[in-house]
Ligand binder design. Structure first.
Ligand SMILES: Cc1cc2nc3c(=O)[nH]c(=O)nc-3n(C[C@H](O)[C@H](O)[C@H](O)COP(=O)(O)OP(=O)(O)OC[C@H]3O[C@@H](n4cnc5c(N)ncnc54)[C@H](O)[C@@H]3O)c2cc1C
Length: 431
């Protein structure tokens, strides 16, 4: 489609979600720019987070040929997920292990250090021709020529028919466009760090459910693991102030010695816990992606997995419109994106909120319900199967094509001119 914009699509925010969206848009043949914001995405900066990316997200990485041998060597497969009820309450659930082999998979996914994943996304986006604008978005302005003008801190402006806002929880683009956010702050923070251990983790992540929130170990290569420990802010202050050897001892006690002797603990960092969701995920040529659209506590490894589904769907819808000569920022595209992403995000947000609240509450029926669901998963293979499959991603057509198991889903955007049958073999989200 002919338009007077500088680019076909502009992404605001070069975090992992924005870079994934930009890389996929460029790969679909769109003239794509990304406004990086204050952080250099190519630079490796220590981050205490590892990201458990599930099978559909791994298909996105493989589609972009991003999970190369060097990134793989830094990552660890996730073959088992174990839940331990450590509440000591009246309603205790039995220990439950979800094994990927029970679903016929080799692994649920891979655990990848964010400090390596983030620059890998940046390098891939650059290789695919994304233009990096080293500036910060300061606001947006409507334009009667079916464009959005993105205003930059330097005083410059860039325009495109559609803007993807991936500029984080405080998203300046989202705020400038007046999207309404629903927000709930928990009286909790998550403390993250890496550590080594003497026992084998067996490629298993363990989530210990404690009264102040989950304490989760996630396997890394060479007898190391990352920790996500959710707790009350006052307790976090104490934990963060502990000398490394004392923190190692605490981790050993909290994990009941399951990983043997703990050592080499890296400097912990804390993250405030909240859920945030936008009331609209897309409108008026602006599509919200990643934490600009939704943020959830790190329970069940959902955050970036959901964000990569945002990125893939946004790129798919915009790429298809481009291939068909349609307006990539149309009302129809915004509506389709909003409908499909809302379904996925709201279900997961509700499940995470329920698990977290059921741990923090003194209300027995809620405690009993949490224990009951885990007990059912422990006892009934069909319940375990549903939990495992739904825990990874939504099924069917809600999933962007490149993330589907079905090989037809890995096809490039259907082009009516090149192959009219392709739209049928790989169902499109166009409505
Ligand atoms: C302890 C912990 C463990 C986690 N573990 C997992 C896990 O195992 N699996 C999982 O899926 N998720 C996990 N998550 C969630 C995951 O870390 C986040 O969802 C993800 O990092 C957010 O990426 P993003 O790109 O949406 O946002 P961000 O990384 O916040 O990126 C936003 C970008 O916007 C840029 N920006 C800011 N202002 C501007 C501006 N004015 N103009 C342009 N750009 C701007 C910023 O510089 C930044 O680069 C975890 C989170 C925590 C806290």
């Amino acid at each position: 489609m002919a338009h007077g914009g500088d680019f076909d699509v502009i992404v605001s925010g070069a975090g992992p979600a924005g870079l994934a969206a930009a890389a996929l848009c460029a790969e679909a043949g769109l003239k794509t720019a990304i406004v990086t914001g204050p952080v250099d995405p190519f630079e490796k900066r220590h981050d205490p987070r590892t990201i458990a990316l599930m099978r559909p997200s791994m298909r996105l990485l493989e589609h972009l040929a991003l999970f190369d041998e060097s990134l793989k060597a830094l990552s660890n497969p996730l073959r088992k997920l174990r839940l331990v009820d450590d509440t000591g309450g009246l309603f205790s659930a039995p220990e439950t292990v979800f094994d990927a082999r029970d679903a016929g998979w080799e692994a649920f996914g891979w655990n990848i250090p964010l400090e390596d994943l983030h620059p890998a996304f940046a390098r891939k986006a650059k290789e695919l021709g994304v233009v990096f604008i080293r500036d910060s978005a300061s606001g947006i302005a409507p334009d009667r020529r079916r464009l959005v003008r993105l205003q930059l801190a330097s005083g410059d402006e860039v325009a495109a028919p559609v803007v993807i806002a991936a500029d984080g929880r405080a998203s300046p683009v989202r705020e400038s466009a007046g999207f309404h956010m629903l927000q709930h702050d928990y009286d909790q923070v998550a403390v993250g760090c890496f550590f080594s251990h003497s026992a084998d983790h067996e490629d298993m992540s363990t989530e210990y459910h404690k009264p102040d929130g989950p304490f989760t170990t996630v396997p890394m290569p060479q007898r190391r693991s990352s920790l996500v420990w959710m707790m009350r802010p006052a307790a976090a202050k104490e934990v963060m102030a502990l000398p490394a050897d004392e923190l190692a001892r605490r981790i050993q006690v909290e994990s009941h010695g399951d990983l043997g002797r703990i050592g080499d603990v890296t400097a912990p960092q804390s993250f405030p816990m909240q859920t945030m969701t936008a009331q609209d995920f897309a409108r008026e040529r602006i599509i919200l992606v990643g934490e600009a659209a939704h943020a959830v506590p790190p329970i069940g490894a959902q955050g970036l997995n959901m964000s990569l589904r945002d990125a893939a769907l946004a790129a798919e819808l915009i790429g298809d419109a481009h291939a068909f000569g349609d307006d990539p920022g149309s009302e129809e595209i915004c509506r389709t994106y909003d409908r499909l992403r809302r379904r996925d995000v709201f279900v997961r947000k509700a499940a995470i909120h329920l698990v977290n609240t059921a741990l923090l509450t003194d209300f027995p029926p809620l405690q009993a319900m949490r224990a009951g669901v885990i007990a059912a998963a422990a006892a009934l293979p069909w319940v375990r199967d549903i939990v495992m499959r739904q825990g990874l991603a939504p099924g069917g057509e809600s999933l962007p094509r490149i993330m589907r198991e079905d090989p037809a889903g890995a096809s490039p955007a259907p082009s009516a001119q090149e192959n009219p049958a392709m739209a049928e073999s790989a169902p499109s989200h166009r409505t």
